[in-house]
Write a protein that binds this ligand. Structure first.
Ligand code: ZN
Length: 847
């Protein structure tokens, strides 16, 4: 079938690869040889496998009887395949394919790619690393590059004798090759695994002493001079790996585990078995100087990747449509492990912020189901989004809470034991969970996995009963999909005349009545906030909740109330005035996540409203934020939690930027000056706020200072903090300078697209930024990693005027974004929602 031409035939499958590669870090090329033990299932004259940007030099096949057949290769660059043909038929059975080839170390941060960094003397140093997921192993060696084609990999690298070489497995031996300045580094056989998990890294690297986790040494690697930033990652690395061995009931499947920071890296990290690669900010951190949020990010990413060693690496999805199984699960497990490691961070509470981010996209008409058919590889690339990770993890959490944590874990153990070293599909997970819990898991989960969107649950009081009904939630209601239904676990907590009641109900119908013993005073329908739905309370119920927000609702429940109300406001179901009235009730609020959603909505309002409306908004926000900051004070109190310190920073940042409080700005600038003289005299969780306010109000002196700090930063966090702060200056000349930075080579291409996104979201810079992006579009496509283009384009949601929206639509009709069609549709719809609100809110909030 022509439409399946990119899929490999199943007549031949690989069992074991021996790969020998010689990378040249001066010419950015490599040469390679491989021997692949293959199983021929039916006699063939042709073997088809994947290859891209590779040149084949020789192909031969050694049959079981010792006969060697010479082959010819023909490359099909469209489908990224190589067709190897032989003069006679290759018989059924096992034989050995030998190929010699060469390729390039590219600068697109995929396949076998190059990266550089400056050493302590300012000299540029090269290194080479790999990033194969989803389909780029084929750029490094010819292979059956599909996740179901699991095989054993044995890698040998020939590298300069002073360099370090790292691979998925432990080192077997290193032998100097006399007279060449090179050495041969031979690694052990891997477990049976998919090609996208193979990794090799070559360069100057330092590691701290390993710690043992069971039988496996765990190390953190960094380019020279950064080893001292590794200990935090090593701690969470060990803790999470031990946590997962216990949770899964299966020991870590590799023979060692290296966590490696790569200076140029397209995503956050990559779960290569035994050799996990990271961007530096996600692994290397100064635990004494970094903010809590920066530390949490490292803990999250390390735990996430470690969780993949089982979920993803040991058991792998059959095809890319099942990617969510890998990613949603790793995201869910990441929360469990970080929560167990640092309960004081209340990681599941802050997960509500991620859930809300998923609900924001999933409330669009242009959303998609978590799992959907994937044919071509570029469609797989488009699945690395908030729906796969955050919605996926949210519905797993909802299921776990519905089934009970232990019952859920037992089902997961069964699933992993059944499919280890193999591949599985979504349905296999439900089988295992049903076998282990005897609950109708499939029916429940199918409504969430294969159906896009989520419901709004309407709740009305009817004497001693509650009437629940469900209806799809959409920001832009067009009357479609009204018959959609979900199996929604309802976690109910109600106060009745005769006491408090808690109950778990499965809402499966459009409408359902819940009888309670006595008349309801107030009710919470998403108690604990685990449900992936929004709730809309009837008039008397919402009034009852509002009367005593701090006591009747937990922090997570208050978050849901505010967040659902903001979504209803954007959807036109609630008026802007009502929303502003609700957040004004939060005078006593001290929860970080509740304020995160309020601050987020404040920035969104500010982007939408006109100048006069913004002045009124700023005034109301000052009245809202100031008393809370006064209560918290500007200096940390003895014994306060890290979450409180972060809240102080976030609120001060909001007061000094979106609320334009002059006194706050003045004080922040003074405090920043003090921080420069005596860094330890200012709480680390306050520093990002000071930096953002200084940028927001700053001129060229501050710009020069921040630019210099970006260039000379001592930690990855400091580097990105000052780099991204450059997007927040508001003076036209300075905006132009930051725009230039996005393409002039001074900023790594792993960061430039996100810098560009930041400038688009800066209200004072947005028109300049948009015009710059249009002019330099081709240049950006050429320079940036493919996966970052749709993410950069998220910035267009800030272009909230009817004229800009029209221009944006025209531009992307002429320049469709490859690998991101779905995400682009979503950005455009979010922009539409904002422009509609701009219209709808005219005349409101004027002072
Ligand atoms: Zn992942």
């Amino acid at each position: 079938m022509p439409e399946k031409s990119h899929r490999l035939p199943t007549t031949v499958t690989p069992e074991r690869y021996e790969i020998r590669l010689t990378p040249d870090l001066t010419t950015w090329t490599f040469s390679g040889e491989e021997k692949v033990s293959i199983q021929v299932h039916e006699a063939v004259r042709e073997i088809v496998l994947n290859a891209a940007e590779l040149e084949f030099h020789s192909v031969s096949l050694k049959l079981q009887n010792g006969t060697v057949l010479q082959g010819r290769s023909q490359l099909d660059s469209e489908n990224e395949q190589a067709k190897l043909s032989f003069a006679e038929a290759v018989p059924v059975g096992r034989c050995e394919l030998q190929i010699s080839f060469s390729g390039i170390l590219n600068d697109k941060l995929h396949g076998f790619y190059r990266s550089t960094y400056k050493d302590s003397n300012g000299r540029e140093k090269p290194l080479a690393s790999t990033q194969f997921e989803s389909t780029d192993a084929r750029r490094a060696f010819p292979c059956w590059d599909e996740p179901a084609c699991k095989a054993v990999f044995q890698v040998t690298l020939i590298v300069d004798e002073k360099l370090t070489a790292i691979c998925n497995t432990r080192l077997l031996r290193e032998t100097l090759l006399p007279g060449t300045g090179k050495k041969e580094v031979v690694f052990a056989d891997s477990i049976k695994m998919s090609t996208y998990l193979v990794a090799f890294i070559v360069g100057e690297f330092d590691a701290m002493e390993p710690v043992m986790v069971g039988h496996a040494p765990l190390r953190v690697w960094a380019v020279p001079g950064k080893k001292h930033l590794a200990s935090f990652a090593l701690d969470i690395g060990k803790s999470s790996l031990e946590y997962f061995s216990r949770y899964y009931g299966i020991p870590y499947p590799g023979d060692k585990l290296d966590l490696i920071a790569i200076p140029d890296f397209a995503s956050g990290a990559m779960e290569n078995l035994g050799a996990i690669t990271f961007r530096e900010t996600a692994l290397l951190v100064d635990a004494k100087k970094a903010t809590r949020a920066e530390l949490e990010r490292v803990a999250d990413v390390v735990s996430h990747e470690n969780a993949h060693m089982w979920f993803g690496d040991l058991v792998t999805m059959k095809w890319w449509n099942g990617l969510w199984l890998n990613e949603a699960f790793a995201t869910f497990m990441e929360m469990l492990a970080v929560d167990a490691w640092k309960p004081e961070w209340r990681r599941w509470d802050s997960f509500t912020v991620s859930r809300a981010a998923a609900m924001q996209v999933d409330g669009l008409k242009s959303t998609r189901p978590i799992e959907f058919p994937v044919e071509r590889p570029e469609e797989a690339a488009g699945m690395f989004d908030v729906l796969t990770y955050e919605k996926g993890a949210s519905v797993l959490r909802m299921l776990e809470q519905y089934l009970g944590a232990e019952a859920f874990r037992d089902g997961i153990r069964l699933y992993l034991r059944r499919h280890q070293y193999g591949n599985a599909e979504t349905t296999d997970l439900w089988d295992a969970l049903e076998d282990s819990t005897k609950q109708p898991v499939r029916a429940l989960m199918d409504s969430w996995i294969f159906q896009a969107g989520y419901p709004m649950i309407n709740v009305k009081k009817d004497g001693p009963a509650l009437c629940l009904s469900q209806q799809i939630f959409r920001y832009l209601a067009d009357g479609s999909d009204q018959d959609r239904k979900w199996h929604a676990p309802i976690f109910l907590r109600a106060s009745t005349k005769s006491g408090e009641v808690t109950r778990t109900i499965l809402l499966t119908e459009k409408e359902q009545r819940v009888e309670l013993a006595d008349e309801v005073e107030w009710a919470v329908v998403n108690a604990g906030g685990h449900g992936f739905y929004r709730v809309r309370y009837g008039g008397d119920l919402i009034d009852a909740l509002k009367r005593d927000l701090q006591n009747s609702l937990s922090a997570v429940e208050r978050f849901s109330l505010v967040n659902d109300s903001w979504a209803a406001t954007l959807a036109g179901l609630t008026s802007l005035i009502d929303y502003v009235g609700l957040i004004k009730l939060l005078r006593e609020e001290d929860d970080l996540n509740v304020w995160t959603t309020v601050i987020g909505s404040s920035h969104q309002m500010h982007r939408i409203l006109d100048d006069e409306q913004c002045r009124s908004l700023e005034k109301q926000l000052r009245a809202l934020f100031s008393p809370v900051i006064e209560r918290l004070s500007w200096t940390p109190r003895k014994g306060e939690s890290e979450l409180e310190s972060q809240l102080r920073g976030d609120l001060i940042a909001a007061l000094g930027t979106v609320a334009e409080d002059k006194a706050c700005q003045e004080r922040a600038r003074e405090l920043y000056a003090q921080y420069e003289k005596a860094p330890d005299s200012v709480d680390r969780n306050l520093v990002p706020a000071l930096v953002s306010i200084v940028a927001h109000t700053g001129g060229s002196t501050e710009y020069e200072k921040f630019y210099g700090k970006f260039k000379t930063a001592q930690t990855p966090q400091e580097e990105t903090r000052y780099l991204f702060a450059l997007a927040n200056f508001r003076v036209p000349d300075l905006i132009d300078r930051t725009l230039d930075l996005t393409i002039n080579g001074e900023v790594r291409t792993q960061n430039s697209p996100y810098l560009m996104r930041g400038i688009l979201l800066n209200k004072r810079a947005r028109e300049r930024a948009w015009s710059f992006m249009k002019t330099h579009w081709d240049e950006m496509l050429r320079q940036y990693p493919d996966n970052s283009i749709p993410r950069m384009c998220e910035g267009i949601i800030g272009l909230v005027t009817a004229e800009l929206e029209k221009d944006v639509r025209e531009f992307f009709t002429r320049h469709p974004v490859k690998q991101g069609a779905k995400q682009m549709e979503q950005h455009l719809e979010r922009l539409r929602v904002a422009v509609i609100c701009k219209d709808r809110w005219q005349g409101l909030l004027r002072s």
